[in-house]
Ligand binder design. Structure first.
Ligand code: ADP
Length: 416
């Protein structure tokens, strides 16, 4: 069964057509500068759509820049592929399922209502996801549609990991707790790591580090998330591209009192101008650029890398507490898969937990491949390439064709 996988953001849609069984990909692409999914976006907004088929790229402008127009263009492009694939289902990457979703779900009107209830938890992402689903239902009528939540994998967090030490009513009335994100990726790479270690996933305690523009680590016990570094929102935890990760919550008041910043200005700074970008003095949020700058002597770039590694290693050590016993550390995401330097520096700090690198294996691992990079006798350290589209396609296939008993994931309680 061919699946169409959609990741609808507020101004973009990433898409892929793939067969979950074989992993074969027929089409990928990106529609950008969309009018927030609005039905009546002003024309000439500069929206474009890019298709990639067999490594060949094609661009074309969109006139209205709506989701509807983008999906229409995707449908047309699919129909003009050689031996056009017949799409059996649509899988959506969805961001915040709150406590309502403990797994992926077939989309129904009730599911959309529950997603609307979760809008306060993800005011930018959930409305875009919902608008994308509604437009996809109109564009591809009759096809089953599945929502795969970034948060769902973390529904198994025990309360001690999930709860903040804040007034109980915040939790009960507003759902203030840690939800975690990147769940699809953490779950996927943990599953892929098990055969590399020649052990069943159920017996393994793994720490997975998804390091991209957004970054998080996860403690995976027997295939279930038991702690993770992101929280109520994807701002908590590690140093990221432009996001600060952990700060003292008192910082907001301090910056208001001393610099006169509004809450909105503080939040914009923490989300968009912090992390690697902030630490490097505004140089870059891009790890590759920072590595190059640091290697040619840029002190602030070097410091940004040092702080990134320090926070990451500290969090990995924290996840060891969540697990009790650690059977492996997995690096993934654009940085985790490609930066031998960050992996080396991080593992060097983790000797205390029994991790030791095979420097040659680490440096020579070809890009885009998975492999073991630890020295003999070390707790295994692995690089596993993530594939969120494939993971969503597999979930979509499971929901559409699988045993209905495996399906219920919409929970009654709300918000906590
Ligand atoms: P996203 O979170 O947007 O999916 P990615 O997972 O693609 O992001 O990761 C993007 C990050 O990966 C960027 O910081 C980029 O510089 C980094 N990256 C990609 N290739 C390399 C490389 N060869 N060396 C170091 N960093 C890399």
């Amino acid at each position: 069964m061919w699946t169409l996988i959609l990741n609808c953001g507020s101004s973009s849609v990433k898409f892929a057509v793939l067969d979950p069984a074989s992993g074969q990909v027929r089409l990928t692409g990106l529609a950008e500068k969309l009018g927030a999914g609005a039905e009546h976006a002003p024309p000439g907004t500069g929206a474009t759509i890019r298709f990639e088929v067999d490594g060949e790229r094609q661009h074309r402008p969109l006139t209205s820049g709506t989701y509807a127009e983008a999906f229409d263009a995707i449908g047309q492009r699919i129909r003009t592929l050689p031996d056009p694939p017949s799409i059996g289902a649509v899988g959506h990457r969805t961001v915040h399922g709150g406590t309502r979703f403990s797994g992926s779900v077939l989309i129904t009107p009730e599911v959309l209502d529950a997603m609307r209830e979760c809008i306060p938890l993800a005011p930018l992402h959930n409305p875009a996801n919902i608008a994308g689903i509604e437009a996809a239902q109109a564009a591809f009528p009759g096809l089953p549609q599945v929502a795969v939540f970034d948060t769902a994998f973390h529904h198994t967090l025990p309360d001690v990991a999930a709860r903040y030490a804040v007034p109980d009513t915040w939790y009960r009335e507003y759902g203030v707790r840690r939800y975690g994100f990147h769940g699809t990726s953490h779950a996927y790479v943990a599953r892929r790591a098990a055969p590399m270690l020649d052990r069943p996933l159920e017996d393994l305690n793994l720490i997975t580090a998804h390091l991209g523009n957004g970054s998080s680590v996860c403690a995976v016990q027997g295939g279930q998330s038991v702690d993770t570094s992101m929280g109520l929102t994807p701002l908590e935890g590690l140093v990221m591209g432009t996001r600060s990760g952990d700060v003292d919550p008192g910082l907001h008041e301090f910056m208001h009192n001393t610099a006169g910043l509004t809450l909105e200005q503080v939040m914009t700074a923490l989300n968009k101008h912090s992390g690697l970008k902030g630490l490097s003095g505004g140089l870059s949020n891009d790890m590759r650029e920072l590595e190059e700058a640091a290697h040619s002597g840029h002190a602030a770039a070097q410091f940004a890398l040092d702080a990134f590694v320090y926070r990451l290693a500290k969090y990995v050590a924290g996840m060891a507490v969540a697990l009790g016993r650690v059977d492996g550390l997995v690096f993934t995401g654009g940085i985790g898969e490609n930066s031998a330097y960050i992996r080396q520096r991080t593992v060097e700090r983790l000797g205390v937990l029994g991790f030791h690198l095979d420097a040659e294996a680490n440096a020579n691992l070809p890009r885009g491949t998975r492999g073991l990079i630890s020295a003999p006798g070390s707790v295994p350290v692995l690089v596993v390439t993530t594939n969120e589209e494939l993971a969503i396609a597999l979930e979509t296939l499971r929901l559409v064709t699988g045993d209905p008993e495996d399906r219920p994931a919409l929970t009654e309680e709300h918000p906590a």
